[in-house]
Ligand binder design. Structure first.
Ligand SMILES: NC(=O)C1=CN([C@@H]2O[C@H](COP(=O)(O)OP(=O)(O)OC[C@H]3O[C@@H](n4cnc5c(N)ncnc54)[C@H](O)[C@@H]3O)[C@@H](O)[C@H]2O)C=CC1
Ligand SMILES: O=C([O-])CC(=O)C(=O)O
Length: 313
């Protein structure tokens, strides 16, 4: 029996796309196709070749190719979409909606044509609305259209908790629900270090500061970088999701999923904890929430609904 490597296409060869390609290859999750617009065909080929030339040094055998032609993405197992513009200081993610919705729709027309069986992961912002737009264009079942926000937001939250307590990040557990905006909902009650609830170790006031820093974590990086947004932690997040799917790990991680009644929401894409495995989103967990937590989640859902209404028009 001939075994073949998985094929992963990354659309958008900018900061997040190129970094994701490198991390995917370093983990040998499959062969990577890096795809950008025709005007950037040569730079995209150049980036892919440069990445590939790291392989003898780092000892990975994944292939990485650059292209502007969707035929090279044919029959991909996973398509990761990072295409679009990023925000600059002073902008919100929602300011990107009109430009990026057009880009997502045109990318997804091609994905639908060339990789109809793929599982699609969307990164482009505003990501809840872009995942909605992708779902509408692709016409794929909802388990195969997934947005990335919760892995990254949770990673920021866990980083800050580990720093606060001066403990290993490996022992921090927690997650962030809701939309990928400044009213996302880090769930303190479900957060622990080494199994110990964080509210027994950190004062309520400091926890609120950590929650607030998490909510504006993307903006903190945007302000520091000055001309673009985060890409290392976003790429690592995409790779964790891809690995969970390709290895059928059935990991429980927060992802942006289509809501069909879960938490009382319908016809929106929203960050919730889910089982991620070989079939994409295999199950969504509905957690019991306090009145305050549900009110915070409702506020976030309202913001997401407003941005999605722009995409629907
Ligand atoms: N959901 C999340 O957690 C995160 C989302 N993002 C978002 O990801 C997107 C990409 O960010 P970066 O990589 O930093 O931006 P970037 O500007 O470095 O790269 C974007 C790339 O997309 C390409 N592109 C534009 N239109 C395209 C099309 N029609 N087909 C193929 N490629 C196309 C551009 O040529 C460019 O190379 C932004 O919208 C950003 O806001 C970034 C980080 C985290
Ligand atoms: O903040 C941005 O614009 C990019 C992003 O979504 C993040 O880093 O969380």
């Amino acid at each position: 029996m001939a075994l073949t490597r998985k094929k992963i296409t990354v659309v958008g060869a900018g900061f997040t796309g190129a970094t994701t390609a490198l991390m995917l290859a370093q983990k040998e999750l499959g062969n990577v196709v890096l795809l950008d617009i025709p005007q950037l065909e040569n730079p995209t080929k150049g980036k892919a070749l440069d990445l590939l030339e790291a392989s003898p040094v780092q000892g990975f055998d994944s292939q990485i190719t650059g292209t502007a032609n969707y035929e090279d993405a044919a029959d991909s197992d996973i398509v990761i979409i990072t295409a679009g513009i990023a925000r600059k200081p002073g902008m919100s993610r929602d300011d990107l909606v009109n430009t990026n919705a057009g880009i997502i729709k045109s990318v997804c027309e091609n994905v639908k044509k060339y990789a109809p069986e793929s599982i699609v992961i969307i990164l482009s912002n505003p990501v809840d609305a872009m995942t909605y737009a992708a779902f509408e264009t692709l016409g794929f079942p909802k388990n195969r259209v997934i947005g990335q926000s919760g892995v990254l937001d949770t990673a920021r939250y866990c980083t800050f908790i580990a720093q606060e307590l001066n403990v290993s990040v490996e022992d921090v557990r927690g997650f962030v629900l809701g939309g990928h905006g400044d009213d996302m909902v880090p769930l303190v009650r479900y957060s622990s270090v080494g199994g110990i609830p964080i509210d027994t170790l950190i004062s309520a006031e400091r926890i609120q500061e950590i929650v607030q820093r998490t909510r504006v974590g993307g903006g903190e990086i945007v302000n520091l970088l000055g001309n673009g947004s985060a890409y290392y932690a976003p790429a690592a997040s995409l790779v964790q999701m891809t690995e969970a799917i390709l290895k059928d790990k059935k990991r429980i991680i927060p992802v942006i999923a289509r809501m069909e009644g879960e938490y009382g929401y319908n016809d929106i894409f929203f960050g919730v904890p889910a089982v991620l495995g070989g079939n994409g989103i295999e199950k969504v967990f509905e957690l019991e929430l306090t009145v305050e937590e549900k009110a915070a989640l409702d506020k976030s859902a309202e913001s997401v609904k407003n941005v999605i209404s722009v995409v629907k028009v």
